[in-house]
Design a protein around this ligand. Structure first.
Ligand SMILES: *Cc1c(COP(=O)(O)O)cnc(C)c1O
Length: 416
């Protein structure tokens, strides 16, 4: 929330119009504009309000379990040193995990939901709407709505409702109404369209709780700021534990909220290499991936300009990933800007590579990572053996993998 004013900083965006260079903005229907401006006004009020910060910090501590630990992954480090030796390299950096998997509801999503529900309360809203893909953000939204006594409607693609029934049931237990969306392919993109439609028609009383650092301005900024607790903690923790900054930090990118939260506090530390991992799915040659920044083109979706998966007619394409949380055809606009400016590298990891990293981490660390997070670990597995022993890598463990055991079982040809 505090940004240095130096013109060379990577941390000053967005500008007044919500732009990160040519990305971002607010491409919304005229009817939505007053709501967006009202949200922006309220956000500008609370973001430097000590009372708001104190309430959020208190909830983050006692309800969500922050600060999350920065854990030296000794088992994985030892394994990758053996790999390094076997290759005759004799290296292998120290690997740390930022443990967002230990948060209430099992991922980083609660950081954003707590911030936004407090904002909704401040604004005097009476009703919460949210979109969800796999259901993780839907569950986190339903959780904070239950905690604060708001009625909550979650839009979810009909296809996703069918394949994510445990999360649908969780949301219902928490008191939310799940509305299946049959438009399009019935996935996250369609759910987001429907949530935006609901918002326009219920202007007065409704707060739209967006699940990632995308959407029209000011959402990318406010979601980033709520998630930046990840990177701020990690930065202080590594200075405390190792006495210096890491050489490399890695996070997976779906819409980009855990990644931008991890990256933002490090953007002006030039010596820190920053890598975002996209879902490479079954490879970038075909269409079965979700690597919008490696294989997409800039366009407008959900109120902002950003890199998108689109066909030659500019139609948005449905992506594919083994992990439902990385299965979004766009990406938050700040990532598009960081990509083009060269500050952050974006690299695809395939389904199979993520699955291997999932199995490896489970065996050598006794931690079952979310398949999304396993993408980030998979990239560490690739680069760490060639690094020196005194180097440090931090991987953001965005969530836990309990939700993924059915997917993994079927990938392995097993039944639970
Ligand atoms: C939702 C989710 C993601 C992807 O969302 P981002 O906005 O890109 O962070 C990654 N990891 C986990 C565990 C998730 O639940």
């Amino acid at each position: 929330m505090d940004k240095p004013a130096t013109p060379n900083s990577f941390r000053t965006g967005p500008d007044e119009q919500g732009m990160f260079g040519i990305f971002g903005g607010r491409f919304v229907a005229e009817t939505l504009m007053p709501l967006i401006l009202d949200l922006e006004r309220n956000w500008n009020e609370v973001k430097n309000d000590p009372d708001f910060k104190a309430e959020l910090t208190d909830l983050s501590t006692h309800y969500a379990g922050r600060p999350s630990k920065l854990y030296f992954a000794e088992g994985l480090t030892r394994h990758l040193r053996e790999v390094s030796s076997a290759k005759g390299l004799g290296g292998g950096a120290k690997v740390y995990f930022k443990r967002e998997d230990l948060n209430h509801t099992g991922s980083h999503k609660i950081n954003n939901c707590l911030g936004q529900i407090l904002l909704a309360k401040r604004m005097g809203k009476k009703r919460i709407i949210a979109e969800t893909g796999a259901g993780q953000h839907g569950v986190a939204s339903a959780t904070v709505a239950a905690r604060f006594g708001f009625p909550c409607v979650v839009y979810m693609g009909a296809t996703d409702v069918a394949r994510q029934s445990p999360n649908v049931f969780r949301m219902k237990l928490l008191g939310a109404e799940v509305r299946p969306v049959t438009a399009g392919h019935g996935t996250l993109k369609d759910a987001m369209n429907e949530a935006l439609r609901d918002w326009v028609t219920n202007v007065e009383d409704t707060y739209y709780l967006i699940g990632t650092a995308a959407g029209p301005h000011p959402y990318p900024e406010l979601v980033r700021d709520f998630q930046s607790v990840i990177g701020s903690e990690a930065r202080a923790q590594i200075l405390e534990q190792e006495g210096r900054l890491p050489d490399t930090i890695i996070a997976c990118v779906g819409g980009g909220s855990n990644a931008i939260g991890m990256f933002h506090p490090f953007l002006d530390d030039k010596e820190v290499r920053i890598i975002g991992i996209e879902a490479g799915g079954r490879g970038l040659d075909g269409i079965e991936h979700c690597a919008s920044m490696n294989a997409g083109r800039p366009g407008v979706l959900h109120g902002n300009r950003t890199y998108l998966l689109q066909n030659s007619d500019g139609q948005i394409m449905d992506g594919h990933s083994i992990s439902a949380g990385l299965d979004y055809p766009g990406v938050g606009p700040e990532h598009s800007w960081l990509r083009d400016s060269g500050r952050v590298e974006y690299v695809p990891i395939l389904d199979d590579e993520a699955l291997e990293a999932f199995k490896l981490t489970t065996r050598v660390e006794g931690i079952i990572p979310a398949l999304e997070s396993a993408h980030a670990i998979a990239h560490a597995v690739k680069i760490v053996p060639a690094m020196d022993k005194d180097q440090i890598v931090i991987v953001n463990l965005s969530g836990r993998g309990d939700k993924d055991v059915h997917t993994v079982a079927s990938m392995l040809g097993m039944e639970i």
